[in-house]
Design a protein around this ligand. Structure first.
Ligand code: XMP
Length: 512
């Protein structure tokens, strides 16, 4: 359910828009991200407590650079412009902006010049994070400069009377030492937010809302064992108990023992109405002889829907479908038009013709870490709440080439050992995703006195914040060594282990 007290983040295509939203919510203020095209009328009608203009990659004086509705500045709602957002505020209101010879990038010292509600309580001299080429030369009439640096004549400016504030730097980035205080000042002292965004109250209001919507009707949910669908199911279950029927399609492409773990949590611990469909043979049959990655993905996606539909039909009439959609899936982006590299599928892509009348999406307004907090509050175990992302097509895209039951078994064992060693080394939450891949390469080795010709397993570990780009994780050699020797010793038919040291781009996280 949406919160009454809301701040708007107007997105100009900057890479940090979602990070700004995260920071605002960490300060207990609910916020949402909308495109820079949002009309002032719509903003006025939504009664936002404040507006934050994000950064963006464009030059503000370029003709096709994103511009907002100028009426926004006259609504009386406090505005904080960040980087491009600051330049746009200056440009739109008659100030002067210019292009610097050299891009200013990185940590920069700045000085506070004047009393300012935005910069209140902050050391007179401190470090901020800059990333810009265009700069504000002269603020618009009615504004005064509140901070400067050696290279930048306007680091911060404001027109307190009109409640308009701007910083050339990024307060949302950790390198800005007092960034959190600056955002706090804006939200609490300038926008007068009360800070009512807390996870326990979110659960309570969502449960009440859901009870009203669902009444005595039924809800079905496709449970995958992933964080989002699990938390969504637990939340709906809290609201409507046995009226929720969860369908867990076990396609046999999950990691070692995962199917049983999911069943145990939801059936025993939560006493949910759970239908587990063991469909491994069915999926393997359809995947037989197929080695092209996109084809494999499509087959799994289609088959998943088919199995789900069949089960749903057995239930009879279905009123609501529960989906684990989360905020980053729905957020309206400012510009950007990302290319499709792989056809992703997850349980969100279910067909609308299975006959339900409404959708229940209890996590629609939450970021991932908020979803995790809700999961913990609801009593889901840590290993589920902190589960690393796992692709819908599962291990099928980690067995390169054709998928067979034998190859899956081998990969499950190798992968379980690698994951166990990572967790033992205390790296479980530091490395964002880590797994094994069965490469399909056979190579020569020697074991005992004999020659072997066996499989090569690749290990992959990445660090990332958004999974759009990623770096390969610097896993300590002794952890890699332990994982490597255990896999060789404990898993049959493997004689070589390699570690993937490619970032994304140019590689992707998964191998297929
Ligand atoms: P790539 O391989 O594209 O993966 O760098 C980025 C992230 O997405 C996950 N992934 C998927 N998730 N359905 C999903 O739900 C899919 O089809 C899928 N393919 C990749 C991948 O594990 C990584 O976290």
């Amino acid at each position: 359910m949406k919160q009454k007290e809301t701040v708007l983040i107007l997105d100009f295509g900057g890479q940090y828009s979602q990070l700004i939203a995260r920071r605002v919510r960490d300060l207990h203020v609910y916020c949402e991200i909308k495109s820079f095209r949002t009309p002032a009328e719509e903003i006025a009608a939504a009664r936002y407590k404040g507006i934050i203009f994000s950064g963006g990659p464009d030059n503000v004086y370029d003709e096709d650079a994103p511009k907002c509705d100028k009426e926004i500045f006259n609504l009386g709602i406090p505005v904080l412009g960040i980087c491009y957002g600051a330049q746009l505020m200056a440009f739109s209101l008659g100030g002067k902006t210019d292009r610097a010879e050299i891009r200013e990038y990185g940590k920069t010292e700045f000085q506070i010049l004047a009393n300012s509600a935005l910069l209140h309580g902050i050391e007179q001299q401190s470090v901020c994070w800059m990333s810009h080429t265009v700069y504000i030369k002269t603020p618009p009439a009615g504004f005064h400069i509140t901070a400067v640096s050696h290279t930048c004549p306007v680091v911060a400016m404001e027109n307190a009377e009109k409640k308009l504030y701007a910083t050339q730097f990024h307060p949302e980035v950790e390198h800005t030492v007092h960034g959190k205080e600056i955002l706090h000042n804006f939200l609490y002292d300038i926008c007068h937010c009360s800070g009512d965004w807390k996870m326990d109250s979110f659960i309570q209001t969502t449960v009440e809302q859901m009870r009203k919507t669902v009444g005595d009707r039924n809800v079905i949910c496709a449970l995958s064992g992933g964080v989002d669908s699990s938390v969504a199911a637990a939340l709906v279950h809290r609201a409507v108990g046995k009226q929720l029927i969860c369908i867990f399609v076990d396609h046999g492409l999950l990691r070692k023992d995962e199917g049983d773990e999911v069943e145990h949590v939801f059936r025993s611990q939560f006493d949910m109405n759970l239908i587990r469909v063991n469909a491994q043979d069915r999926f393997l049959k359809r995947l037989s002889g197929v080695s092209e990655p996109e084809k494999k993905r499509k087959i799994i996606g289609e088959e998943f829907i088919r199995v789900f539909e069949e089960e749903a039909k057995k239930i009879g009439h279905v009123d609501f479908l529960c989906q684990g959609t989360i905020y980053p899936d729905v957020v309206e982006s400012g510009t950007g038009n990302a290319a499709v590299i792989k056809s992703h599928h997850n349980v969100g892509g279910l067909p609308k013709d299975i006959g339900f009348t409404g959708l229940v999406e209890p996590l629609r307004y939450l970021f991932k870490d908020e979803v995790r907090k809700v999961g913990t509050e609801l009593g889901l175990p840590d290993n589920l709440v902190w589960r690393q992302p796992f692709p819908g097509p599962g291990l099928a895209i980690r067995v390169l080439g054709e998928v067979t039951a034998e190859k899956l078994d081998l990969l499950k064992d190798a992968d379980a050992i690698f994951r166990e060693e990572i967790v033992k080394a205390g790296l479980g939450r530091k490395i964002n995703q880590y797994f094994a891949v069965l490469t399909g390469i056979k190579s020569v080795g020697v074991m005992g006195d004999g020659r072997t010709y066996d499989n090569t397993v690749a290990l992959r570990g990445v660090t990332t914040t958004d999974f759009m780009t990623a770096d390969w994780a610097r896993i300590p050699y002794d952890v890699l060594e332990k994982a490597s020797s255990r896999i060789i010793n404990e898993v049959q038919n493997v004689n070589r282990i390699v570690y993937d040291i490619t970032s994304k781009p140019p590689a992707t996280i998964e191998w297929e």
